[in-house]
Design a protein around this ligand. Structure first.
Ligand SMILES: Nc1ncnc2c1ncn2[C@@H]1O[C@H](COP(=O)(O)OP(=O)(O)OP(=O)(O)O)[C@@H](O)[C@H]1O
Ligand SMILES: [Mg+2]
Length: 234
């Protein structure tokens, strides 16, 4: 089966700063992959490179069968890849519902509609006409996830979706991510919370200094959790 996303020995830069060094990764349809690594190793830069927000040097990016020489956000969207960015980025002047509808801008039909998102996150329905930025942090993250799902993506990239959230909200999101994956959407979960990783991901890629340095299956046991945590130790 073709990969939804294939990154082959890419190098990426901000100005002259060389951040990613021959980094490779691949996500296939329906997979649940975690990308882990401590602060500053370049996890977000992977996402930024896929969107054209960091400069791609040598290396190759493929979205399904297409080689993407000049990455742009709309190219990812066209290939049914959506990003839930680190820090959520809810549009301030739009209500919750308007934020959701914006997520459907690509027009791709699929299982996710406003009523389905409200079933997933009932709190968003209660707050449908509130400005998105008036929500709590956890609710904004739910909105960011809901907005991404509205594109009916085949792959969703989640950049530290539980950062700064209370454990009870993290638990809710873990359930939702599993439900979304059960529906067939592939996940690339960028995380430093390994208890979330073991609950959601089946495979992990560990980064250090701008490259993938280890990978394997996620072992959902105490030892498995310890092994993963070793990758994010300073
Ligand atoms: N816009 C930018 N210009 C220059 N350097 C940047 C820029 N954004 C990030 N960097 C640097 O690139 C490196 C990788 O940063 P990146 O944000 O990809 O790390 P990260 O793994 O996502 O970290 P975190 O877990 O804290 O989000 C860091 O050294 C960071 O300081
Ligand atoms: Mg980051």
């Amino acid at each position: 089966m073709t990969a939804l996303l294939k990154v082959d020995r890419i190098n990426a830069f901000y100005g002259a700063a060389h951040i990613l060094h021959n980094l490779s990764l691949e996500v296939r349809a329906g997979e649940r992959v975690a990308l882990i690594g401590r602060n500053g190793v370049g996890k977000t830069t992977v996402v930024n490179t896929l969107l054209g927000l960091a400069r791609l040097g040598e290396g190759q990016i493929r979205f399904r069968d297409s080689e993407i020489r000049k990455p742009r956000p709309y190219l990812a969207a066209q290939h049914s890849i959506v990003v839930v960015p680190q820090g959520r980025r809810i549009i301030a002047n739009l209500t919750v519902e308007e934020n959701l509808v914006l997520g459907a801008a690509t027009g791709r039909k699929g299982p996710w509609t406003v009523p389905e998102i409200y079933k997933l996150f009932p709190i968003l329905q209660e707050r449908a006409h509130t400005p998105g930025t008036a929500l709590s942090g956890g609710q904004q993250q739910m909105l960011a996830v809901g907005r991404a799902l509205m594109a009916n993506p085949s792959l969703i990239l989640l950049d530290e979706p539980t950062e700064g959230l209370a454990p009870v909200i993290v638990d809710q999101l873990a359930t939702i991510f599993n439900r979304v994956a059960d529906q067939g959407t592939a996940l690339l979960l960028i995380e430093q919370n390994m208890s979330l990783v073991v609950r959601v991901a089946h495979r992990y890629l560990a980064m250090a200094k701008g490259a993938v340095v280890a990978s394997g299956e996620v072992n959902n046991s105490r030892d498995g959790l310890k092994d993963l945590e070793a990758h994010i130790m300073v």
